[in-house]
Design a protein around this ligand. Structure first.
Ligand SMILES: Cc1cc2nc3c(=O)[nH]c(=O)nc-3n(C[C@H](O)[C@H](O)[C@H](O)COP(=O)(O)O)c2cc1C
Length: 190
């Protein structure tokens, strides 16, 4: 895959074949990619918690908010939920929460997931205290930055241009195809 193909295929996927489990080894490979990512001042405050075990996946899932632009969709149903997660944390002994670092790490892992035939979504909508408690992590030491949900996608996600009204809201058609409007290259260049 060229970089353009990889970036095009690397959409936010929110529906998965939940029975296609993702191994801890795969998550370690993705975290290894994140380890190599840029970090402000080379401070490296991020820590990562891989989650693959179904019962723990269910506890992580319960803390997440899905697709704010689709208020009538309650999120992925049983059977199509993520098969694994990487919780991206900030070690507060090492930094005070560096959101850009976390998003760079998350995207690096998501690109690696697509390279492996997987896919996922980074989520900032997280009930953080509840998640730290579920993971048994000390809130005085760790802050949840983002959660990366992963699995084998079963949804058709397509890029499209912006509609006439200029809305950037993503949407789904009657068949459940998920459309993501992106501004054109010319519209981005100032
Ligand atoms: C920092 C960040 C936080 C996000 N948080 C959520 C979230 O909480 N829930 C969700 O369903 N999607 C979340 N997304 C995914 C965006 O909705 C998605 O990137 C956007 O709709 C564009 O789709 P695309 O990723 O396929 O290009 C987040 C994306 C980013 C970059």
């Amino acid at each position: 895959m060229t970089m353009l193909e990889l970036a095009t295929k690397s959409r936010s996927y929110r529906r998965f074949d939940e029975s296609a489990r993702v191994t801890e080894q795969t998550l370690r490979e993705l975290i290894e990619l994140a380890r190599l990512a840029p970090t402000a001042g080379n401070a490296q405050p991020l820590r990562f918690r891989p989650v693959t075990e179904p019962e723990m996946c269910a506890r992580v899932f319960a803390t997440l908010g899905w697709a704010a632009a689709l208020p009538d969709w309650p999120g992925p149903a049983q059977g199509e939920r993520p098969a694994a997660y990487v919780v991206v944390l900030c070690d507060l002994d090492c930094g005070s929460g560096k959101r850009p670092d976390a998003a760079i790490a998350a995207q690096t892992m998501l690109l690696g997931a697509v390279e492996r035939g997987l896919g996922g979504c980074m989520l900032g909508s997280v009930r953080r205290e509840e998640l730290l408690a579920a993971l048994g992590l000390d809130p005085a030491r760790y802050a949840v930055e983002l959660v990366v949900a992963l699995g084998r996608p079963v949804e058709d996600v397509r890029l499209t241009g912006l509609p006439a009204d200029g809305s950037t809201r993503y949407w789904r058609d009657a068949q459940g195809v998920h459309y993501v409007p992106k501004r054109s290259l010319d519209d981005l260049i100032v």
